[in-house]
Design a protein. Structure first.
Length: 516
């Protein structure tokens, strides 16, 4: 039986894979923090395939390491053969570096190109001096200056060849590129991260990897029996014991959202909706590397194992929302072939004879324009020839300067990755590291609002139906829900963060849309 055809990777995966070849800083952080950071938890990968991106980072690293090794080996060999000519060669490279640093201060593209051309005037000087000796380079023979020229051509040839190798890898990332099976043990282990339900994060923000916050609202609903408020006091209508558990409410809302994702004709469904349970805990609140303590809850968790909580542990976190480990129902829609991810996090808690409901919406924007350039056919043709050579020559002096630094970092990578850290929670997301910081199209902005609003409306409706089925007074709930749906905020007398409309004399808003 023939093997099934390989599935194409998402656009977000292709663009982040391109970043491995186009952005050395991105590649270095990705490998240091995630691939070699085996003692650190990993952020969830929303809308892209993490192992594929890291595999391309490793490929780019090998290409760069081969280049740096050849450059240093060539310089060493040249030094053993002719030390004087090596100094002349380094003089030319040094002059080019000085001009390049000046070029960094120039903003206009035409002026930048002029500075680069000026930098390579040093190479032309060597060529002229081979025929007509100049005092600037000393009184060496034509043969000795010819040796400098040959050495420069070899060094620049290595850099140009490397640039073409990088270009060939980028060409493989054209639309339709297929997922590749990974044999690297570390990559296979990282693939299990997306199937987990636990996020251990470093810093303040729990929803790492979700992009920027669209808005958050919350309110507390007093649990009382349905009745006539004119003839019955509220405290008389309160339940002596909780009429339901948090787990029961969570499961009811989850079922309603699942129906929205999979049941009925297209007009009644929300394609691509994924509803999962996820627990978030700050690494600073973990007492040791193998257990998460949350009030009466003890969860086994370690960076060396897939971040999966058992059903029993998950239920304990849901029932005890008083410690650092906190449960959220994650409702996520991946759209635009992975370029835009809308995530709505919903938290439920039943405490003090009160229902607490919290909803937070987040948007993950597309990758940076520089990484998306691989989809520009016209630019790909331009970079495929003369511009690729020019780009390589323009960066050659800096490449030569960084070669020993890059090789030293490569030698230290494994040892640094395995070093013990006091805070080993996830602190970076590759998707956020490579995103554009904002949505790039009108339709993307409104798709995010559409999905978040639909999910918000369905959650409010499901909670309403659940409360009504339990014979709970929903009059207060109805007022609060209508305020949210009509105005985007809820008057809690404190601070809310949804859109820019304040309701009530004590309510304030914070507009978080359009950026990180």
């Amino acid at each position: 039986m023939p093997a099934p055809p390989a599935q194409p990777v998402s656009s977000a995966t292709r663009h982040l894979s391109a970043a491995a070849y186009l952005d050395q800083g991105f590649r270095r952080v990705a490998l240091a923090e995630i691939y070699h950071g085996e003692q650190r938890f990993v952020a969830p990968s929303y809308g892209f395939d993490l192992p594929t991106v890291l595999a391309h980072c490793l490929t780019a690293q090998r290409i760069t390491a081969a280049q740096d090794g050849c450059l240093l080996a060539g310089l060493l060999l040249f030094a053993l053969i002719d030390w004087d000519n090596l100094l002349r060669t380094l003089f030319v490279v040094g002059f080019g570096l000085i001009v390049m640093f000046v070029g960094l201060l120039v903003e206009k593209p035409l002026a930048k190109m002029l500075v680069v051309v000026l930098g390579y005037t040093s190479l032309l000087i060597i060529v002229i001096n081979t025929i007509f000796p100049l005092p600037l380079l000393g009184a060496g023979s034509q043969q000795s200056h010819g040796g400098v020229l040959v050495m420069l051509l070899i060094l620049f040839g290595v850099v140009v060849g490397t640039e073409f190798r990088m270009r060939a890898q980028l060409d493989r990332l054209a639309p339709g590129a297929a997922v590749v099976q990974h044999t690297d043990q570390r990559l296979r282990k990282l693939a299990a991260v997306d199937h987990g339900n636990l996020t251990v994060y470093a810093g303040y923000r729990p929803f790492i990897g979700s992009g920027f916050e669209i808005g958050t609202w919350s309110f507390a609903q007093r649990l009382m029996r349905a009745g006539d408020p004119l003839t019955q006091r509220e405290q008389d209508r309160e339940f002596d014991t909780a009429p339901f558990t948090t787990l029961e409410l969570k499961e009811y809302v989850t079922k309603n959202l699942f129906d929205l994702a999979f049941t009925g004709p297209p007009e009644l469904r929300l394609p691509g909706l994924d509803v999962t349970d996820r627990v978030f805990v700050a690494c600073s609140e973990i007492t040791n590397r193998s257990q998460v303590h949350s009030s009466e809850v003890k969860i086994n968790a370690s960076p060396s194992r897939p971040p999966v909580l058992s059903p029993a542990a998950l239920e304990r976190v849901i029932a005890n929302p008083t410690g650092p480990a906190r449960h959220y129902l994650s409702c996520q829609v991946v759209s635009w072939d992975g370029e835009v991810v809308t995530t709505v996090y919903v938290h439920f808690a039943v405490q003090g004879r009160t229902l607490y409901l919290e909803l937070s919406a987040w948007a993950l924007p597309p990758c940076a324009p520089a990484y998306r350039s691989i989809d520009d056919a016209e630019q790909a043709v331009v970079l495929g020839g003369a511009m690729t050579v020019f780009k390589a020559l323009a960066g050659a002096p800096m490449v030569l300067l960084k070669a020993p630094i890059n090789l030293a970092r490569l030698a230290m990578a494994d040892r640094q990755g395995g070093a013990a850290r006091s805070n080993y929670g996830a602190r970076i997301s590759l998707r956020e590291l490579g995103d554009a910081g904002r949505l790039r199209a009108y339709q993307q902005e409104h798709d995010v609002e559409k999905y978040s609003r639909i999910i918000e409306r369905r959650v409010l409706a499901a909670v309403y139906d659940f409360l009504e089925d339990k014979d709970i007074d929903v009059s207060e709930y109805t007022q609060r829900a209508m305020t949210i749906l009509n105005n985007g905020v809820i008057n809690t007398g404190g601070t809310t963060t949804l859109h820019s409309t304040a309701v009530g004399s004590q309510a304030t808003t914070i507009n978080r849309g359009g950026g990180k």
